[in-house]
Design a protein around this ligand. Structure first.
Ligand code: GLU
Length: 426
């Protein structure tokens, strides 16, 4: 099997259109008026920058960077920065809108934003990444701010990039400004529990959903697509709940063991193997596509957008899908999954544990007082459980999927604040 066959591929649906289709359905259900519709669908701000970076060979390369503020009604815009060759404006616009809905669903005082740089971080040296990250921060200095727009890690970025952003921004404004970015290293004002937060939220959501389905987590079978921060930690925590993780995957393909994989062992293998599962012997080789269609009770797509589409939705056997990634299901698959009776815990709920603990990090930075891990977990778990119940009730009330229920909860809240604050531009 060549790397080309295995690589996790994007589907063909435009992510912003996918977001808009769900928005349209929910807007109709809640009776959103036309003016509110027009205001809430459009991003408030989209900034495109060209970032000149001196590469190690002395040549200057120019990278395209984006930051989109979708909506800042509930508070400063919040959302990660993605480094990937797939980054483009419509993707960042969709991801920014999802952040708006996500923050509203879990009830934290943020709007939604997202950023990205079109680059291949794996092929760049640490020095090149640092120069690019600092130059991007310089160009975005008027966009970012602890009370304006607060970045965080996303695909291809992590604690080191957040440390560079914090440092560069602090230098530019002439004072230490840790609350400008979350997902920082602990020694630099990061929060305990932030690294595990998204995976932990996926686990908590899975437990809530399994209990609605009357399935015990102990012995329940599961497959996890993606073995980055979200996928690997979700898999580990689900296994700790007694679930049997039969398959995992990353860019090198899938690994399947009908007896259940040893996730701690797989994580240790990846960490000693340049970050990938290439050559992992704990399970037999399958493709990323095969993984999605396995006969398991729970499927956790935690890789990237557009993995479950109209083409493969009908072949999915899981009873429950918990979306660790942003946008892993394209809108063309929604109805197929709903008709098959598969319960889908949507991304804007299932992966909201990350931004919830980002909010806790920001609060701690502003207080200058740090919480114990136990406090972070307790509060984050509570937020996730309450949000799950709120969305589940909305789906029953409106007789719709949990995804549309989540959009209804979020849009209602943002529209209400819109009415109270008055419209932008008036
Ligand atoms: N990138 C993460 C997400 O998509 C975290 C965002 C944040 O913490 O601001 O939810």
């Amino acid at each position: 099997m060549s790397q080309k066959d295995n690589v996790i591929k994007h589907g063909s649906e435009n992510p912003f259109e996918s977001m808009k289709k769900r928005f349209d359905v929910a807007a109709k259900i809640i009776g959103l008026d036309e003016s509110d519709y027009n205001v809430l669908i459009a991003p408030q701000k989209a900034v495109i920058v060209n970032i000149p970076v001196t590469m190690d060979d002395g040549k200057v390369k120019v990278f395209e960077g984006f930051r989109v503020v979708h909506n800042a009604n509930l508070g400063p815009s919040k959302g990660g920065i993605r480094y990937s060759m797939d980054v483009h404006l419509d993707e960042v616009k969709a991801l920014a809108a999802w952040m708006t809905w996500k923050c509203a669903v879990v009830g934290i005082p943020y709007g939604g934003g997202k950023g990205g740089i079109k680059c291949d971080p794996r092929s760049m040296s640490k020095g090149e990444l640092e120069r690019m990250t600092r130059a991007y921060t310089d160009l975005m200095v008027d966009v970012f701010g602890p009370d304006k727009d607060i970045p965080a890690p996303d695909m291809g970025t992590g604690q080191q990039e957040m440390a560079w952003i914090m440092d560069e921004y602090s230098k530019l404004v002439g004072k230490s400004s840790p609350a400008v970015v979350t997902g920082k290293p602990l020694v630099l004002g990061g929060s305990l529990g932030r690294v595990e937060a998204t995976g932990r939220g996926v686990m908590v959501s899975t437990r809530s959903a399994l209990s609605k389905l009357g399935i015990s987590p102990v012995g329940a079978t599961c497959a996890v697509q993606g073995f980055g921060n979200v996928g690997s930690i979700s898999a580990k925590l689900l296994a700790q709940q007694g679930m049997k993780v039969l398959a995992i995957s990353d860019v090198t393909g899938g690994y399947y063991n009908p007896e259940g994989l040893n996730i701690d062992e797989a994580i240790a293998y990846r960490d000693n193997n340049k970050g990938t599962l290439e050559g992992y012997k704990g399970g037999s080789r399958i493709t990323n596509e095969d993984l999605l269609e396995l006969d398991v009770q729970v499927l956790v797509p935690a890789a990237m957008e557009d993995q479950i589409t109209a083409e493969n939705a009908d072949k999915i056997k899981a009873k429950l899908i918990v979306e660790g990634a942003n946008g892993p299901t394209s809108s063309s698959a929604d109805d197929i999954l709903h008709k098959k009776g598969i319960l889908v815990v949507p991304d804007i709920l299932a992966n909201a544990g990350g931004v919830t603990v980002s909010y806790f990090e920001w609060v701690q930075n502003r207080l200058g007082y740090f919480w114990t891990e136990e406090r972070v977990y307790r509060r984050a778990d509570r937020v996730m459980k309450q949000a799950f119940e709120g969305v589940y009730s909305a789906s029953i009330e409106h007789n719709c999927s949990m995804r549309i229920g989540a959009y209804c909860v979020a849009i209602k809240k943002v529209a209400e604040v819109e009415k109270l604050r008055g419209k932008f531009g008036l």
